[in-house]
Design a binder for this molecule. Structure first.
Ligand code: UDP
Ligand code: MG
Length: 340
């Protein structure tokens, strides 16, 4: 079996057909300019275009490219998780496949790692080619998360980062569902630092994060790292209690004084609707946490692998991989199956 590379680069791929070859070219250009050995772990997250075919071709051409092919779309965070499970390097770099994160920045991440940092995250000092809506929602998202979570998650930081093997090992034991990896990477601790970069425009194609997925992701981040939404109920109940205590003598006084301010059903109806909407909102919030508890209790695997295109596997892929341990529940039926 071949020796492990020093650096692993992980890229999750979902319908990125026009990007694959360019991603490979840029990664090779950057990584071959530095002395360490490296591998590129591409995770195909159930793409419906020709992405898998192109990745398989790359793997055939260059043994440093390993491909984890999912049985269906399991989502961005699970694809990154699979990449971490299969990566073998002493340092692991997560990068978006769409080249919004310039591969050239990896060299700076490696430098910081060499200085002794365990996590080097890339901070977006500027975002290019993204809609006003995306930029604004992202801006507030990172700030809200920062305020309400108990873990200091760096602002304006995505998954683009380098992590030492020690950190990856720790993360690989955390098999929680509905993952927010950038939060988990802060939670584990170790020596962490940031490097600034300018987030570029997508090389081609459209974002794979429509509004619905963005909201889901935000809820995963909040529920995964904060109990604040659950605690809001107590503040709301205190405010309403104070209002009620003040309202009783006030209403009694107005009645006695003969004022007709509170007559009629309209007022009652409005108050009732308002309070019910508050209550339903709290049901929703509780439901979000409960649904996630349900996901944990079922304990389904985070992803299912249908093919592993891995030169080091040689038929023993299911024994060798994933690199993690008993925490995995991954199905690798046939490492030789070229599928595409
Ligand atoms: N991605 C994925 N599975 C998904 C959605 C996205 O693997 O269900 C990948 C996608 O191919 C890209 C990365 O995750 O490499 C980030 O997605 P995208 O660029 O669409 O997000 P954005 O940059 O717009 O936030
Ligand atoms: Mg992108």
């Amino acid at each position: 079996m071949s020796t492990n590379p020093v650096i692993s680069i992980i890229a999750p791929v979902y319908n990125e057909e026009p990007i694959i070859d360019e991603l490979y070219r840029r990664i090779v250009e950057v990584m071959d300019s530095q002395p360490d050995s490296w591998e590129l772990v591409l995770v195909n997250d159930g793409s419906r275009d020709r992405s898998a075919e192109l990745m398989f071709a790359l793997h055939e051409r260059d043994a440093r490219v390993r491909v984890v092919n999912f049985a269906r779309n399991f989502g961005h965070q699970n694809a990154v998780t699979a990449g971490m499970d299969y990566a073998r390097g002493d340092a692991v770099v997560i990068i978006d496949a769409d080249l919004q994160d310039p591969p050239e920045v990896i060299l700076q991440l490696i430098d910081k790692w060499r200085e002794g940092y365990h996590v080097v995250y890339a901070v977006r000092s500027e975002r290019r080619g993204e809609s006003w809506f995306k930029k604004t929602t992202a801006h507030f998202f990172y700030r809200i998360i920062y305020r309400i979570t108990d873990v200091a998650i760096p602002l304006d930081t995505g998954d683009f980062r380098l992590m030492d093997r020690q950190v990856v090992k720790a993360l690989n034991t955390m098999r929680e569902h509905n993952r927010f990896i950038r939060g988990m990477a802060s939670w584990v601790g170790f020596r962490q630092t940031g490097v600034e970069y300018i987030r570029q425009e997508r090389f081609a194609g459209q974002t794979k994060y429509p509004l619905k997925k963005m909201l889901r992701f935000a809820l995963d981040a909040i529920t995964g790292f904060s109990y604040f939404p659950l605690q809001v109920a107590i503040y709301a109940s205190l405010v309403l209690a104070v209002i009620a205590v003040l309202a009783v003598p006030l209403v009694a006084f107005l009645r006695l004084a003969g004022t007709e301010v509170f007559e009629g059903q309209a007022t009652t109806l409005v108050v009732l609707l308002l309070l019910s909407s508050f209550q339903l909102l709290f049901f929703f919030i509780m439901g979000q946490y409960i649904a996630r508890i349900y996901d944990e209790t079922r304990n389904r695997p985070l992803y299912i692998v249908s093919e592993l295109w891995d030169p080091s596997a040689d038929g023993s892929a299911s024994d060798d991989a994933p690199a993690g341990d008993e925490h995995h529940a991954v199905i690798v039926p046939d490492a030789h199956d070229s599928g595409a």
